[in-house]
Design a protein around this ligand. Structure first.
Ligand code: KG4
Ligand code: ZN
Length: 342
């Protein structure tokens, strides 16, 4: 049974971290989804919050203008505005949030506040997100640079975290081990690329298995550091000579930890639809692994289109549309929150 969406046109703004993005959605169809990335953080090996806010300030007006232009629309065609309320970097969130509120005020339009992590999950409902769309309830592994959660998605507005990381997020595990190897930030996509040439069983790194469905990646990160320190003492060329095998082994450890836990969570809750969301779901081994897991059990796997995995405003627009459908308009003084309860 497919959901019915109102034929309203909604503009959404995402600015929680280092991407400034605006998207326009009609029903559940994306009319435009424009993203300005911030290359400035690369040289620092991670996102510098103050620099991110300054870039958002420069980008926000042209990004929104571009989203309207690509959708072939004027401001007057809009029916609603949505923005990322949190979680994220406060200075970054405030740029998008304040702009969205001003626009809603100026155009006299209803305003909707979106939880960034809910939006990653709800991206699955964008009409071209995948070949098929999940039905409630489904189990979603949400993996990004800041979060790693297994979420039981009962409805668009009722989600329960059944497991999460107690230290580093999966994206951090990728990025921090990449940094140890001397790879540029963000290292996740590079590890993915180099893994294709390597042997995932070449090195054994430590894997934490916690009670329930929680994750821990700090021991894994330390084990990568220890192996590299030891080997580099003997052979200073060790990383360069073993780059592909190291990446493949790092990727295998992270991905198999994620999928083993998702498998146990879905079994325990009797769920037969499994999904991935968030920036790390762009990872090719995770995408293949999810399909294989679903085939093994006769479950259905949902993998969002690449462009809806990493941060984007299309997913905020989709989540905003669900807020609209549930009559959840917010007041103009709704604050952004760096830590927003799930
Ligand atoms: O969801 P996202 O765009 O931003 C956050 O909200 O954090 O996720 C960014 C994270 C980064 O850690 C990045 O390294 C990781 O997603 N990432 C990947 C891949 N593409 C992005 N990690 C592994 N393999 C990839 N292909
Ligand atoms: Zn994100």
């Amino acid at each position: 049974m497919s959901l019915k969406y109102p034929e309203k046109i909604l503009l959404a703004i995402e600015s929680s971290c280092d991407d400034t993005s605006a998207a326009i959605l009609k029903g559940n169809k994306i009319l435009s989804n424009f993203i300005a990335n911030q290359a400035i953080h690369e040289e620092y090996g991670g996102v510098v919050p103050e620099l991110a806010s300054r870039e958002h300030q420069k980008n926000i007006v042209p990004v929104v203008a571009q989203a309207l232009k690509m959708a072939n629309l004027e401001k007057g065609d809009l029916d609603a505005i949505a923005f990322t309320q949190g979680p994220g970097l406060m200075g970054s969130l405030m740029v998008g949030g304040s702009f969205a509120k001003s626009l809603a005020l100026g155009l006299n339009l209803p305003l909707y506040a979106v939880h960034h992590m809910h939006a990653h999950i709800l991206a699955h409902f964008i009409d071209d997100a995948g070949e098929k769309q999940p039905e409630f309830p489904f189990m979603c592994l949400t993996v990004s640079g800041g979060h790693t959660q297994i979420v039981l998605v009962k409805s668009a507005v009722d989600m329960q975290i059944v497991g999460q990381t107690i230290d580093d997020a999966a994206g951090e595990a990728f990025d921090k081990t990449a940094k140890i190897m001397g790879l540029p930030y963000p290292g996740g996509p590079l590890i993915d690329r180099y893994s294709k040439e390597g042997d995932p069983q070449a090195f054994a790194f430590s894997k934490a298995r916690l009670e329930g469905f929680d994750f821990s990646f700090s021991g894994f990160k330390t084990s990568v550091l220890r192996v590299l320190e030891k080997e580099m003492k003997v052979n200073p060329q060790f990383i360069e000579e073993n780059k592909y095998d190291l990446c493949a082994s790092i990727q295998w450890t992270i991905v198999s930890t994620l999928l083993d836990t998702l498998e146990r969570a879905a079994k325990e809750h009797g769920i037969q639809q499994i999904a991935i969301a968030g920036g790390v779901s762009a990872n090719s081994a995770l995408r293949e692994g999810l399909e294989t897991l679903a085939q093994k059990h006769g479950w259905t796997a949902f993998i969002p289109k690449f462009e809806y995995c990493t941060d984007n405003a299309a997913m905020i627009a989709m989540a905003g549309m669900f807020q609209l459908m549930h009559g959840r308009e917010v007041a103009l003084d709704t604050p952004n929150k760096a830590r927003l309860a799930f």
